[in-house]
Design a protein around this ligand. Structure first.
Ligand code: MF3
Ligand code: CO
Ligand code: CO
Length: 330
């Protein structure tokens, strides 16, 4: 991605509405062992996803062509056109198909007790097996090969040592580079036994992506996509994240156009055959507003409500749209 009302902590097994761990008193030493008072340490965070430990960056065999930014972490903008050549689109079809395979492999590894770092390692090997370079590695300094966004994490969760828990939802976002182009896709997976409210969110979010894609037609403005997504999300009682949007993609990971997932009059660019971009709505149970973690990457919902996301890379065709990251079997 390029950058309401009342709720209950329905997903917090240990938290009461007021955010306390039953039995812990404010001035008790915190359960985490920090030595600080509970009220100055973990009170209010029960049931929330916390920052974990991030393992060292993995390496890629020298035979796999790296992105131009991998060495430095600095991303150079080029004047790549929004409408791609037939050769670029053909290369993106390959990159997209392989990225979708990596997503299926990583998704198949989702289970209670598996850490998001385990998922990163599985995905990292799956890219290598296919001759792909993980696009996110050192992208503006990003340290991992996928993003893993659990529960109230909206996007750009960094894989760490947190084991997935029964009842979690986790989005895995895979972007791979091969043949000089990127393929970008993601999906939200349920961990073990997930409550009905979260399963409905995940299903509605997938529907939002499909409706957004179905709105893609040459001659129509980009804003049609967000209009379709927002209409469905809000009819289901959910909100649409505004801070992160879909993006043009090709030889560059992120480029023009921006693709808002809400109705934005200013998204007036007319869709033309050969344009390639992502549709990747992030849909929340509560507020659309986000907060950022101190790591500078990870966005969480401002109210702690859960968030789901699905992403495809697309190309506009003469008559409609082609999905370049079709769902693969693991
Ligand atoms: N794959 C994400 C997207 O859909 C971007 C991740 S960039 C990273 O655009 F640096 F955070 F990994
Ligand atoms: Co994307
Ligand atoms: Co992505």
């Amino acid at each position: 991605m390029a950058p309401s009302g009342t709720r209950t902590l329905a997903h917090s097994p240990t938290a009461a509405g007021s955010g306390g761990l039953p039995g812990m008193k404010s001035n008790d030493p915190c359960w985490c062992g920090s030595g600080r008072k509970y009220k100055r340490c973990h009170r209010g965070t029960e049931g929330r996803v916390l920052e974990g430990r991030v393992s060292p960056m993995l390496t890629v065999p020298a035979g796999i062509a790296a992105t131009e930014y991998y060495a430095t972490g600095e991303v150079a903008r080029t004047d790549e056109p929004m409408v791609k050549s037939a050769e670029t689109i053909a290369a993106m079809r390959v990159a997209g198909r392989l990225a979708a395979e990596v997503l299926a492999v990583a998704g198949a590894a989702v289970a209670p007790g598996v850490t998001t770092d385990d998922l990163d390692r599985v995905a990292h090997q799956a890219y290598i097996d296919r001759g792909m370079f993980p696009s996110t590695l050192n992208y503006h300094g990003y340290p991992k090969s996928i993003c893993t966004s659990v529960n109230e994490v909206i996007c750009h969760g960094i894989p760490d040592d947190r084991p997935l828990q029964d009842g979690d939802i986790v989005n895995i976002d895979v972007t791979g580079f091969i043949g000089g182009v990127h393929g970008d896709c993601n999906a939200t997976f349920c961990v073990g036994d997930v409550d009905e409210q979260s399963r409905s969110l995940v299903e509605a979010t997938r529907e939002c992506r499909e409706l957004g894609i179905a709105a893609v037609r040459p001659g129509r403005p980009i804003s049609d996509i967000g209009k379709a997504i927002q209409g469905h999300a809000e009819a289901c009682g959910y909100s649409v994240v505004r801070m992160f949007v879909g993006h043009g993609i090709g030889r560059q990971f992120h480029m023009s156009p921006s693709v808002p997932h809400y109705y934005a009059r200013e998204a007036s660019t007319i869709l033309e055959p050969g344009m390639t971009f992502t549709v990747e709505p992030m849909i929340n149970i509560g507020t659309w507003r986000e907060k950022m973690w101190g790591n500078g990457w990870t966005a969480v919902t401002a109210d702690g409500s859960r968030s789901a996301q699905f992403e495809h890379t697309l190309v506009v065709t003469d008559t409609g749209v082609e999905v370049l990251t079709p769902e693969a079997a693991a």
